[in-house]
Write a protein that binds this ligand. Structure first.
Ligand SMILES: Cc1cc2nc3c(=O)[nH]c(=O)nc-3n(C[C@H](O)[C@H](O)[C@H](O)COP(=O)(O)OP(=O)(O)OC[C@H]3O[C@@H](n4cnc5c(N)ncnc54)[C@H](O)[C@@H]3O)c2cc1C
Length: 402
């Protein structure tokens, strides 16, 4: 275990998906993951898979449970002025849909499939030092405190926003773009059937709300709150009351039924991009390189889009000695990253309440919602982004082989 082709730090969606893509291409990898398997498999985060993300899971042969247990959604509703307005994805995108399937379920499926092949995931092993030079290696500490070194041809930093990989890059070798939004989401996971068949995004005077689900019996519900919100100020009844108010349940809107709250938390809203996403033989992917506000449901999808590009580049390197795709990795990924930031910020600005908004700003916000729900052209743009832009093409970068 002291040498591999690609050392992957992190067993989140990015690291696990990369390992599978590499394995399919006959490239060996080792994953080191700081947390225990149980912890990683029960971490509730994202839940909306873009069309191509779900297709990729199917292509890799790990989509069987997803096909059985997920919910395929053909649209979302944008609700404002106490009226819901549907955006029909298949109609606007030539047949595409999104799949509602919890990130922790994707992670469980990817872990099970990898371990079934005998390929390694070293749980409770935290990367503590990274050498991205000509002879790359990572140092990791196991649960008993023992230190180990893993040599590799390449290192994939898939260790999330607070991981070690980005920290290993000298600050003067990267530019960081950071934008913090002046509010957060108070999110609950609750034992109550979904309010509606599809997600409802609500713009209300009191703030944004999102009605979403993880299954036919579990709902995922969010309300906009302060950045420094204290959870103790939100007993369960206050949360249910606030959701009903923003949904307009007493004014003919959808009614949300209280149920047992299984989890409660505050998610900060942030945009962050690190450019380039490569330093020497270290490649960053997913949240280690970028964060998007969750309004566009893009975080996990973007992580998977990155590793798709990285796997293709590594495959070209190992098969043909080509370095063009590796050299273009950062540029290729960042094109999608910035378009995804744009969409996530667009959705966030259109749907949230901003303290600094004047009555004029508020009217513009409502006009934007009116436009996007009444113009087929505008709705098609939202739908195209929501179901996921096509993966970036790297075909032009490949050398012509003789
Ligand atoms: C609280 C929360 C809620 C979210 N909700 C949504 C949502 O509703 N919709 C949405 O689209 N997105 C959401 N996201 C974002 C989405 O979950 C992420 O974009 C996604 O997890 C990115 O996957 P990743 O593999 O890049 O990183 P991660 O999933 O963060 O995985 C990184 C892995 O690396 C491990 N690790 C960290 N440091 C080390 C180390 N030194 N050594 C070894 N391993 C290490 C971590 O334990 C983790 O398992 C949310 C994120 C958070 C934090």
């Amino acid at each position: 275990m002291s040498r591999t082709q690609v050392a992957i730090i992190g067993a989140g969606p990015a690291g696990l998906m990369l390992a599978h893509l590499l394995q399919r291409a006959g490239i060996e990898s080792v994953i080191v993951e700081s947390r225990a398997r149980d912890y990683v498999e029960s971490r509730v985060r994202a839940g909306v898979l873009e069309y191509d993300t779900a297709e990729l899971l199917n292509d890799l042969g790990v989509g069987e449970r997803m096909r059985r247990e997920s919910l395929v959604h053909r649209g979302i509703a944008l609700r404002f002025n106490d009226r819901s307005n549907r955006i029909d994805f298949p109609d606007l995108t030539g047949g595409k849909t999104v799949t509602v399937y919890g990130q922790q379920e994707v992670v469980k499926d990817l872990i099970a499939a990898r371990l079934a092949t005998g390929a390694p995931i070293l749980f409770e092993c935290a990367a503590t030092a990274i050498d991205a030079g000509d002879e790359p290696s990572i140092t990791y500490r196991d649960a008993a405190g023992g230190e180990h070194t893993l040599d590799a041809d390449f290192i994939a930093g898939c260790d999330g926003f607070h991981g070690a990989a980005r920290e290993a890059i000298p600050p003067d070798a990267i530019t960081v773009y950071d934008h913090t939004l002046p509010f957060a989401w108070l999110g609950i996971l609750a034992e109550t059937p979904p309010v509606s068949e599809e997600l409802i995004y609500v713009n209300h005077e009191r703030g944004f709300a999102l009605v979403s689900m993880r299954s036919r019996t579990i709902s995922r519900l969010y309300i906009q709150c302060r950045n420094d919100e204290r959870l103790e100020l939100w007993p369960d009844e206050r949360i249910w009351g606030e959701l009903r108010e923003r949904l307009g349940s007493d004014r003919g809107g959808p009614d949300v039924h209280s149920g047992k709250i299984l989890q409660k938390g505050v998610t900060p809203m942030r945009s962050f991009v690190c450019d380039p996403m490569r330093y020497g033989r270290l490649f960053l992917a997913g949240d280690s390189a970028h964060i998007v506000p969750p309004t566009g449901a893009k975080g996990m999808n973007l992580a998977i889009a990155d590793v798709r590009v990285l796997a293709e580049a590594l495959e070209a390197y190992y098969e043909h000695g080509e370095t063009a795709l590796l050299d273009a990795y950062s540029q290729t990924c960042l094109r999608r990253v910035w378009k995804t930031q744009r969409f996530s910020i667009y959705m966030t600005r259109m749907l949230h309440r901003f303290e600094e908004h004047t009555p004029f700003d508020r009217r513009i916000q409502l006009a934007e919602l009116d436009y996007v729900t009444s113009s087929r052209t505008a709705a098609a743009s939202l739908a195209e982004n929501y179901v996921g832009l096509p993966f970036e093409s790297t075909a032009g970068l490949r050398k012509v082989r003789t």
